[in-house]
Write a protein that binds this ligand. Structure first.
Ligand code: NAP
Length: 484
């Protein structure tokens, strides 16, 4: 006999929408998706900066159950991705389950259910909580002396202020992760002067961007097997496997190939030897999240772009002062300085069995057994939680696999045979020990700073192959769980 369960999903970004659709597809109606923002889309709602593009191929950054023939280009621009999620919400009939402007401040397990509090005072409860709150949403404001004294306009990349015109302005972009690189590439083609401040130059993997024609789109629409061929084809998955081999074995031929391509890109694309040396990183390729770009080196060589790799001493009312005394007068500063990647569902207070506080469990570092469950937190599941695969992968594929895994864990509860499931502490500890050990040997631990590292400098990432991740998600190791 199946038992009707109530679900609460925290977050209406890519993972939360996935959870909503998959629940709906199973005929489950008793669920609510709480979203702190005023609209859906998560990272694609927050980020609206010029040049925003997803560097995972569009047809792979798409739900398996909602192929989309209409992508305009091989790599989709951010606004299209936002529209895609809106369409999925409508096409799959989950909009009525969304509660926007509803920041979940607390989730507390009372021994049988999760009691959830929303910032506006609303209370709710459910048998199951799905934490789909995303990773990169707490912005990192850099601790640069004098930052508050800047007299011009300043905003973080995830708070881009389009009320501020960039036309004819002197713009400083601080940070050169995937975001800073996309911003500078886009702005370089506009009527403005840019200084790109790079604390650490980045390796750039050359990729080709191209538009899909109307004919391409018509063919995708009339023959979905063309989309499937792109999604499942060797070109994409071969690339993922090679990239993955490189991450987990920094001495592999795959890693050598990545390094060669990045080095060649620098040598052949940047003509001025002085600029070339400025742009040369002093750590290994893919140590930080590898930047895929089809235009950055061109942008860096345009006359309206200056590259500064020195140390910023302070920000003054009129601009940025470097440690060597150089001063850049600026009208606008865009902070492409990334996110605090160790937060996940926090600052929401999550209190599990026996009043365990998630903040205490995660004091050393955030972790979840196979990135999904945490001992002491029954019926609480994470999508894209800590220690999942990161790199240049589709987080949609990752979340879909995690959802299939969660469903299997839920089977005995849905059938009414059991009421709770929780990961065992010994299984969690064993996973953490093996994961941490393996993670140190990945390319991410090869000697650079990045948001992949925990406070002890250990990569907080999935350290094994993507195939191993897919296999782990295919079937939970039931011995790792306690049902009650
Ligand atoms: P990020 O990769 O964390 O880069 C932050 C940048 O800011 C780095 O260059 C960092 O320098 C610099 N920085 C931070 N604090 C600074 C300070 N006090 N002074 C000077 N520089 C400072 O952040 P992001 O570029 O926003 O990207 C975050 C992640 O978002 C990416 O890795 C990726 O996963 C995702 N993303 C994806 C796409 C996509 O196309 N799929 C696009 C954009 C972002 P250091 O390197 O020296 O620390």
């Amino acid at each position: 006999m199946s038992k009707p369960l109530r679900y609460i999903v925290v977050g209406a970004g890519m993972s939360g929408i996935l959870a909503a659709v998959r629940l709906k597809q199973q005929g489950i109606d008793d669920f609510t998706v709480y979203e702190k923002g005023e609209s859906i889309g998560g990272t694609w709602r927050e980020n609206r900066y010029p040049g925003l593009t997803c560097d995972v191929p569009a047809h792979n950054y798409t739900y398996s159950f909602a192929p989309h023939a209409g992508w305009s280009a091989f790599y989709a621009p951010g606004p299209e991705i936002r529209d895609y999620f809106e369409k999925v919400v409508d096409d799959f009939g989950v909009r009525s389950h969304l509660r926007l402007n509803s920041n979940v401040t607390a989730c507390e397990w009372d021994g049988a259910r999760w009691n959830v509090e929303i910032e506006d005072g609303t209370k709710d409860s459910a048998d199951i909580v799905i934490a789909a709150s995303g990773v990169l949403h707490h912005i990192n404001m850099p601790a640069i002396e004098g930052i508050e004294s800047f007299a011009g306009d300043m905003f973080h990349s995830a708070r881009w202020n389009y009320d501020v015109s960039t036309a004819g302005k002197r713009i400083g972009v601080i940070g050169n992760g995937s975001t800073g690189v996309q911003i500078v590439t886009a702005l370089s083609q506009q009527d403005c002067e840019i200084v790109h401040f790079q604390r650490s130059p980045q390796w750039i993997m050359p990729v080709q961007q191209f538009a899909y024609s109307d004919e391409d789109r018509a063919q995708f629409a009339s023959d979905p097997s063309r989309i499937e061929a792109l999604r499942n084809g060797d070109e994409y998955w071969g690339g993922i496997r090679r990239f993955n081999e490189a991450i987990i074995d920094p001495d592999s031929p795959a890693m050598e190939e990545i390094e060669r391509l990045c080095r060649e890109n620098l040598e052949t694309s940047v003509r001025d030897p002085e600029l070339r040396e400025k742009l040369r990183p002093d750590y290994r390729a893919a140590c930080k999240r590898l930047i895929y770009s089809w235009g950055y080196y061109d942008a860096a060589q345009r006359p309206n772009v200056a590259i500064e790799v020195g140390r910023i001493a302070r920000i003054e009312p009129e601009g940025v002062r470097m440690a060597d005394g150089t001063f850049y007068e600026l009208d606008v500063i865009a902070l492409a300085t990334g996110f605090r990647a160790d937060r996940f569902i926090r600052p929401t207070r999550v209190i599990g069995r026996d009043a365990i506080d998630l903040d205490d469990v995660w004091r050393e570092r955030p972790s979840a057994h196979y990135a999904v469950t945490i001992p002491g937190f029954p019926n609480f599941f994470m999508l894209n939680g800590p220690t999942g695969p990161v790199g240049n992968f589709s987080l949609i594929d990752i979340a879909e696999r995690q959802w299939d895994y969660i469903e299997q864990l839920l089977e005995p509860i849905r059938s009414g045979a059991k009421a709770q499931v929780e990961c065992r502490s010994d299984a969690f500890d064993d996973y953490n020990e093996r994961r941490t050990l393996a993670a140190r040997d990945t390319i991410f631990g090869s000697g650079c700073t990045s948001w992949y590292l925990d406070k002890d400098g250990v990569p907080l990432t999935w350290p094994w192959s993507y195939d191993a991740f897919a296999e782990a998600m295919e079937k939970p190791r039931l011995g790792d769980f306690a049902y009650a």
